[in-house]
Design a binder for this molecule. Sequence first.
Ligand SMILES: [Zn+2]
Length: 136
Amino acid sequence: MLNQEKVQFIKEQRILGKSLRDIGKLLGVSHQAISNYCLRYGLSKARKIKKELPTYEERFQGRLEKYTERREDGCWIWKGTRVPSGYGRIYYIDSYEYVHRLSYIRNVGEIPKGHNLTQTCGNTACWNPEHLKIKC
Ligand SMILES: [Zn+2]
C-alpha cells in the first residue's frame, strides 16, 4: 500500500471509530506505528463521527427537565428563574416566556388574547398543563 493510500485508509478507519490497535491489526503493524502515522499526518484529531446534534426541541426539553421537580401530587414545579409572584420564566426561541403559558400553548392550545392562566393547584411555579386553566 502506498503511503498516501495508507494515510487515507487510517483516516477513514479513525472516522469509523476504529481504535489504533484495530487499525494496526488490519495493516499488520503495531498500534504504536499507527499512532506515529496519526501524529505525522495530523490524523490524531480524527474523531468518531459525532452523534447527530440534538435538535432545538430536544435541548429545550432537556432544559425543562433539568429545572423541573415532578412532585407526587402531580405538580411540575419550576426550579429555574422565577418572577417575584412565583411564575417561572424560560428563554424560548428568541424571548423570555412564562413557563406555564408556554406549557399551555404547547400542550393544550392557544390562550385567547387578553386572558390569563391560573393554576388549579394554586402553585404559581407549577406548569403541568393539567393544572392550568384559562382564567375567566
Ligand atoms: Zn400543580
